[in-house]
Design a protein around this ligand. Structure first.
Ligand SMILES: Nc1ncnc2c1ncn2[C@@H]1O[C@H](COP(=O)(O)OP(=O)(O)OP(=O)(O)O)[C@@H](O)[C@H]1O
Ligand SMILES: [Mg+2]
Length: 356
């Protein structure tokens, strides 16, 4: 195989071609970056001067270093290696980005070196993931509705038979058997709750958008779950009584209930639950937030909390559908939901919906 021509830095046309390239270009000689164009430095948030002399692996996410090293090693030995592949990169300020890489073996100042070419694909990757997620959710919705429907009838039948047996029970006769039946009743109720959540999750009914008093939505939501908010939780509703918003009353109430219940469940030893709402006239948004001083969410969990069935709670407490239902409703409104959290210090969920 014919080796590539040595890279001559003195060639002016070639130099300007490389320097103005939209892909990041670098030369790795013996593990150190000996040449990089501006785009390469930009991708990782450095200046060109800074990157010269750095170890090429410093630009690679630690978990992907073995893979990248392997490709470089094989390339230098002229062994078969993928022509193009993806890996995670690491920027100067510690962010993880996605990189599409290609490289070839060249001679640089008389020694074998790697000429690498890279494109930052973080944005595409995110969009692709989001799309896959949306498709998954859509098909899951149909499936879920089917399963929930099928399970609902037998459970309801069991439940009504139980009611009748319990009502007709000669209470003196056999307390033990009766208590077993009460256990069965509890379990059936648990199943029915899960099915209700599945119906909520898969609901595809359209939004009934209307101008509503948001203070009223919040109060109604709180009323519906009052008995689930223990005494040791301080409730701060920082919502002006006259604040109006354009939204689907039922759906947004469901969002509030899900967020409030999560906040309550994150504060087992009590704490402060704050609900606020405000308009963002510049962005033409109406936003509300639910914040707690509970246990908080780790970085790793943050990536999963909106996934259907993701829960850290015991089976009797959570189905893991609350936030994915919430996410779906916010999306139906064309809005956005964000979360910020500090483990041990609490979490804040912010929902912003576009104004009419
Ligand atoms: N305010 C919060 N504080 C701490 N963790 C939270 C908070 N909100 C959500 N989480 C985490 O996100 C997970 C998923 O939440 P989600 O509401 O989707 O499901 P769940 O509450 O576990 O169950 P479900 O809502 O179906 O009863 C929770 O199990 C919890 O680990
Ligand atoms: Mg929940």
């Amino acid at each position: 195989m014919e080796k590539e021509k040595p890279f001559s830095k003195s060639e002016p046309t070639f130099r300007s071609l490389v320097e103005n390239s939209l892909t990041g270009i670098y030369i790795n000689l013996g593990g150190a970056i000996v040449f990089a164009n501006k785009r390469f430095a930009d991708i990782f948030g450095y200046s060109v001067d800074e990157v010269i002399g750095m170890d090429y692996l410093e630009f690679v996410h630690p978990e992907d270093r073995p893979k990248v090293e392997e490709v470089h090693r094989k390339r230098l030995k002229d062994e078969a290696a993928p022509a193009e592949y993806e890996s995670r990169g690491l920027t100067k300020d510690g962010r993880t980005i996605w990189i599409n890489r290609r490289n070839t073996r060249i001679e640089y100042e008389g020694k074998p070196a790697i000429l690498g070419n890279m494109v930052d694909i973080t944005q595409q990757k995110r969009l692709r993931e989001k799309l896959v997620q949306m498709e998954k959710l859509a098909s899951l919705g149909t499936f879920t509705a089917g399963v929930a429907h099928e399970l609902n009838n037998p459970l309801n039948n069991i439940s009504s038979s139980l009611q009748i047996i319990l009502e007709e029970w000669d209470s003196e006769a056999d307390e033990f058997k009766k208590s077993l039946l009460h256990d069965v009743e509890d379990q059936v109720e648990r199943g029915q709750n899960i099915i209700k959540a599945l119906f909520d999750f898969s609901r595809t009914d359209g939004l009934d958008l209307q101008e509503v008093n948001f203070y009223g939505v919040v109060n109604q939501a709180i009323k519906r779950i009052r008995e689930k908010i223990p005494e040791n939780i301080d409730l701060d509703v920082e919502v002006a009584e006259d604040v109006q918003a354009y939204l689907s009353y039922e759906h947004v109430q469901q969002v509030l209930i899900n967020l409030i219940l999560n906040a309550v469940q994150a504060m087992e030893d009590g704490g402060n639950l704050r609900i606020a709402a405000y308009h963002e006239p510049k962005e033409n948004n109406f936003c509300f937030e639910v914040a707690d001083t509970g246990r908080g969410i780790t970085q790793e969990q943050l990536n999963k909390i909106f996934d259907p069935f993701y829960t850290t709670k015991e089976p009797s407490k959570g189905t893991g559908l609350g936030l994915s239902i919430t996410h779906g409703i916010v999306q139906q409104h064309g809005g956005k939901i964000d979360v910020s959290s500090q483990p041990g210090e609490g979490s804040k969920f912010t929902v912003c919906l576009p104004e009419a």
